[in-house]
Design a protein around this ligand. Sequence first.
Ligand SMILES: [Zn+2]
Length: 298
Amino acid sequence: MTSAIGVVMTERIIAGRLQDQRPVGTVLRHPGNVTEPEDLGTVPAGELVEILAGLISSLAASGGAIEAIGVAVPGIVRHGVIEDSPNLPQIKGMRLEQDLSRALVKRGVTAPVHAANDADAIAAGVAATRGQLDKLVRVWTIGNGIGYGRWPYVEGVWEGGHVVVSLDPKERYCGCGGVGHLEGILGYRAMRMRFLDMEPEEVFAHARQGDSRCREFVELWHCALAAATASFIHLSGPGRFFFTGHSVHFLDLPLLRSHLETMVRMSPLQSFSLEVLAPDDETPLIGAGVSAVRARSS
Ligand SMILES: [Zn+2]
């Protein structure tokens, strides 16, 4: 029987205890008022560590011994360090595992801390909840940014949202400033920059009503996601792809599949499956905990 604590820090912080890969007890949230989330991007990094330590120590005190603590954050996370995090810029360069462990020891919590990318945590959570920890799971998270996650974890950068899917020099809406990136087409912020006169929801609605400029964009949106997915199929093989995130409701799975089928033509690569997951809090929480327990035992 394994006990862990999972924490996810994105627009807000969610933390919970896990028993054998299942959440138990109360899930803690910061800020507590979910209707008016404070912008975590404006909270100083040191304060974030203290907030995390406070949540974790109160969870640790609410039950038996904890084996590992997993913290999932957006960005490039390697060897316990947040190398970059465009949506939480203040944590760039933070030695999260080290800093948080130190803050926890002061509170009497000594379990090891493991930092993971948030999309990787979703992939781990999907694998765990479906009893498929022995299989390859890949996840696209579609929101302001585009995340790519995979289970099992493999050393690397894996910034799938920034793969180049267009050679058009006018495609420069990506948050990172790179030209032709997937996020520059799919990202919510990027769509708002492209259509200054319409919200993304209106673009997709107008496309359904036949507006040609909007229809063209919806095609491009699906082509771009198909192109990035096809690239990963050509690099690491077919298998399962999941799609989730705040903007996943824009995704038309049959349309994506039809584009993907034109891009993946080698028969050993055609056995891929595509599935939409409604975004939830539990999956990344479970994944953060599972990754931490695995990292400890490996
Ligand atoms: Zn980019």
